[in-house]
Design a protein around this ligand. Structure first.
Ligand code: MTE
Ligand code: MO
Length: 343
């Protein structure tokens, strides 16, 4: 599909040639014993070595990577074989409707797609990036790549392709509410948790979210000073314009949460996941981000340098605890802003 812009909505380019590491960091299996099992609804279930995979016609697609935590890395070239050719070689049972990508990893990570979608998007299995072997931390010896979907559909250390009649939700899709379609151009990031109105009211009254799964929680413009949300799951939650002074978000998952214009004076974010989180125009005086993970977080609009000062200086960043390393993990426009304002 053709798009006017290179970047899907809400995405930012990584600085330079950075390639962030997301999710699991290593495989559970040494490459020497690595094989790919192709099973489920196939005519000839089999187990291939990497050598055997590489016998198929090789392709060199250039792919734009879009992570759900809002970083994008454009124009990455891989070497691999098309899923279509793999499946052609083993023969697919016409009853198969889904394909599950399985990982050699301790938690048995998986992700799945409708088979027709996977084929249409040109899904392939890659062992090289920019002409060099795919690094182990990025899924070497082999990972699948699904162009045109958030990167969580591209499983590292691919060890199996299972053809299914009925879908089986993947690791992030089943437990963390990641959207099963994952189209970045339609911002299909997360599904909101199911909460009835009474429960929402009760949560807002007690101001205790500790340990709860409240992804997508809608709390814009609320008075929530002293909120306790330790270890809460608040991906994609909306706290725009809230009062959240002294709020305790230690250990919480706030990836992609919205804090635009919120008053967060002295809030605690130690050890929190704030990947892709939006803090534009928020009052962050005295906030502590020690040990927090900040990839893709934003503190100011991308083009701030082109705007009049009164429009970007609203953010208040005195006494914010952010290390230089944390700041450097952000997009270029953000780094320049924070280096100027964090004292
Ligand atoms: N085995 C495995 N594959 C995985 C994940 C994971 O945790 N384990 N994370 C997914 C997510 S959410 C992303 S964004 C990409 C990250 O790939 P990278 O670490 O190479 O950037 O891998 C995807 N594939
Ligand atoms: Mo991701």
């Amino acid at each position: 599909m053709e798009h006017d812009s290179e970047l899907p909505p809400g995405q930012q380019r990584v600085a330079g040639d950075k390639w962030p590491l997301v999710g699991e960091r290593e495989s559970a299996v040494v490459p020497a014993t690595w094989t790919l099992a192709i099973h489920g609804c196939v005519d000839h279930p089999c187990r291939w070595t990497l050598d055997e995979v590489q016998q198929l016609p090789q392709v060199r697609p250039t792919v734009d990577i879009h992570c759900v935590t809002r970083w994008s890395k454009l124009g990455v070239s891989f070497t691999g074989v098309l899923l279509r050719d793999v499946l052609h070689a083993v023969g697919v049972d016409p009853a198969a409707r889904y394909v599950s990508f399985e990982s050699h990893s301790t938690r048995g990570h998986t992700s799945s797609l409708a088979l027709a979608t996977a084929l249409e998007l040109g899904t392939f299995l890659a062992w090289e990036v920019d002409g060099r072997p795919l690094p182990a931390m990025h899924g070497g010896p082999l990972r699948n790549i699904v162009p045109g979907r958030y990167f969580y559909k591209s499983v590292k250390w691919l060890c199996g392709l299972e053809l299914l009649v009925d879908d089986r939700l993947g690791y992030w899709e089943a437990d963390a509410g990641y959207h099963n379609e994952a189209d970045p151009w339609r911002e299909q990031r997360y599904l909101a948790a199911d909460l009835d109105k009474r429960r929402v009211k009760q949560l807002l009254a007690t101001r205790d979210f500790s340990g709860l799964d409240l992804r997508g929680f809608q709390a814009a413009d609320r008075e929530l000073d002293d909120l306790v949300a330790r270890d809460a799951k608040l991906r994609d939650a909306n706290f725009r314009g809230c009062r959240l002074q002294r709020a305790d978000f230690r250990g919480a998952n706030l990836s992609n949460a919205h804090f635009q214009g919120a008053k967060l004076v002295d809030a605690k974010f130690q050890g929190a996941d704030v990947e892709g989180t939006n803090f534009c125009q928020a009052d962050l005086r005295g906030c502590d981000f020690s040990e927090a993970s900040l990839f893709g977080a934003s503190f100011v609009v991308e083009n701030w340098q082109a705007l009049p000062e009164d429009q970007w200086q609203a953010a208040q960043l005195t006494n914010v605890r952010l290390t230089p390393q944390q700041i450097e993990s952000l997009a270029t426009s953000q780094v320049a802003y924070l280096q100027r304002l964090v004292k």
